[in-house]
Write a protein that binds this ligand. Structure first.
Ligand code: HEM
Length: 405
């Protein structure tokens, strides 16, 4: 099943450059699910590699990935001036509308981001702790203990969606709809392209109405903040909202499930529960070891040299965060999960001007999710065998979990 989807993606790539198509090396199911062997081989043997099937460069070493992330002048996230067609490939973009802050270069980028940045600072996020805690507790209250539940459906998805919805000021009734939209827009399968397009259109129509309603209001929510900001056009305001909803969703679900997966695999539940292992430190190691976002894309604005290899201007680069995070040149014993690893300079939230706006939010949500689950259940036994078959977002796809009081 997975193989045939990938094959179709590849066939598609002959006709036009599909922005997020997986490379041929990941076309067999197992490597696509667990790309770490491929990363290891490439870091050693071909750290800067041109892929003539997909017409792009793949980068694997920490140093090169960090350079690309931090130097927005030579490596731009804005691909509008190139002939790269990201129509069905980028979960954050809707063809025919304004691009998101993720695909906007400075100085315009700062107009799209700065007004909201104070809301995502650690102090501002921490003020919501009690509210987020109550959301988590509420969701756990509806789980039947001493049974096996699909934890993504029951908790790890609705929790971040409800948190984001509450920060945006959205009515709670729509949460299932938000999940459908996020899943449809982050699918990499070309067969789902039509569904992704219609999900994006529905989502934009929904936000368009709310933005108009709140343009003159003085509400404290993020939609009101964006809608009353004269520096943003109506389309830009809608894009801000859809970006926050999608960006804050699938990645965080994967961080929470990956944390539980690591605790199960390395037998750490008791040490985390008792406080013998510091929760914040172990979450950073989960971020490094199983980065929910495996790669970012950039375009060269001028000829550059990376790892001794010359690359022309206007070339598409795929920088593998997941490979950088396991580079032995930067991390001691990188293939080992070390719950107390410090320092831990992983690149999971990116770097430079596009550094993840929601990094602190994701960290706090994950800390709360783990605390509440561990407080509530003495036994947590997840089945972590169903991985998500794609190269942009990494994590489990289904997460049946036995939970006992
Ligand atoms: C574990 C969870 C998360 C991970 C791994 C993650 C990862 C990332 C990465 C790698 C980037 C940079 C992309 C690039 O440079 O091309 C990014 C940007 C961004 N993230 Fe996150 N993210 C997470 C959670 C969140 C949350 C909860 C929000 C909610 C607000 C969010 C909002 C954003 C936004 C708005 C950007 C674009 C920033 C810009 O372009 O200036 N993210 N994220």
């Amino acid at each position: 099943m997975v193989v045939s989807l990938v094959d179709e993606t590849m066939a598609h790539a002959d006709e036009r450059t599909v922005f997020s198509a997986p490379p041929a090396a990941l076309s067999d199911e197992q490597s696509q699910l667990e790309p770490f062997d491929w990363y290891e081989r490439m870091r050693r043997t071909a750290p800067v590699q041109y892929d003539d099937q997909l017409n792009r460069w793949h980068l694997f070493r920490y140093e090169d990935v960090a350079t690309v992330l931090r130097d927005h002048e030579r490596f731009t996230a804005d691909i509008s001036s190139t002939d790269i067609d990201l129509v069905d490939g980028d979960p954050f973009e809707t063809p025919g509308t304004t691009s998101s802050m993720l695909r906007t270069a400075p100085p315009d980028h700062s107009r799209r981001r700065t007004f909201a940045a104070p809301r995502f600072q650690p102090g501002a996020i921490a003020e919501h702790r009690a509210e987020f805690d109550a959301i988590a507790t509420d969701l756990l209250d509806s789980i039947e203990p001493n049974s096996t539940v699909e934890l993504i459906d029951a908790f790890t998805h609705p929790f971040p969606v409800t948190v984001i919805a509450s920060l945006l000021g959205l009515p709670p009734v729509k949460h299932d709809q938000f999940r459908e939209w996020s899943l449809a827009t982050t699918s990499l399968s070309p067969t789902d392209a039509a569904a992704a397009r219609s999900a994006r259109e529905e989502m934009r129509a929904y936000f368009s109405k709310l933005v108009r309603e709140r343009a003159d209001g003085d509400g404290d929510d993020l939609i009101s903040l964006a809608a009353s900001n004269d520096a943003l056009s109506h389309e830009e305001t809608i894009t801000f909202c859809t970006t926050i909803l999608v960006a804050g969703n699938v990645t965080t679900v994967n961080l929470i499930t990956s944390a539980l997966w690591c605790f199960a695999e390395f037998d750490l539940f008791e040490a985390v529960r008792s406080g013998a292992i510091d929760r914040e430190t172990v979450i950073e190691e989960v971020l490094r070891y199983r980065s929910p976002a495996q790669s970012v894309r950039r375009v060269t604005t001028e000829p550059v040299t990376l790892g001794g290899t010359q690359i022309d201007a206007n070339e598409l680069l795929v920088a593998y965060i997941g490979a950088a995070n396991r580079d032995p040149a930067r991390f001691e014993d990188p293939e080992a999960f070390k719950p107390e690893r410090t320092p831990n300079p992983h690149l999971t939230f990116g770097g430079g001007v596009h550094f993840c706006l929601g990094a602190q939010l994701a960290r706090l949500e994950t800390a709360i999710a783990i605390e509440r689950l561990l407080d509530r259940f003495s036994v947590i036994e997840p089945d972590c065998s169903s991985l998500r078959p794609q190269s942009l977002v990494y994590g489990v796809q289904e997460f049946p979990c036995y939970l006992a009081l």
